[in-house]
Design a protein. Sequence first.
Length: 146
Amino acid sequence: MNKIEMTETIISAKREQGLTWEAIAEQMGMAPVWVTAVCLGQSSMPQEHADKLCAILGLNKDVCSALQDCPHKGSTWTVPTDPLIYRFYEITQVYGDTIKALIHEKFGDGIMSAIDFTMDIAKQEDPKGDRVVVTMSGKYLPYKIW
């Protein structure tokens, strides 16, 4: 089973059971962003977590095995076409240099890890229209001097 088939199977089971990503993650005792990323094929899961996810969703060993496979991460296109994903692309196009400059000013020449990384997505109610709150936290990694 490849990652695309795995994702389709997981989404189908999730829909049939009427579960949300947050409910699945809560039952697993893990972060919703991580569980969702794995289920959508963008990350992998150790066997103990894959077994637990498959038990929750009633999925077979093929899905469990595919969850453990290392994925090809990231998009296969240059500019995302999905409007929501495109907005994150747009944010980096408009504010990317600003984010980079502020990180360098506070930390020095380096990067924010996407490996040692967490993210949370929350809803902030607002009378003018609800707000999406995205919090990203990545380990700072300085460039090596040699």
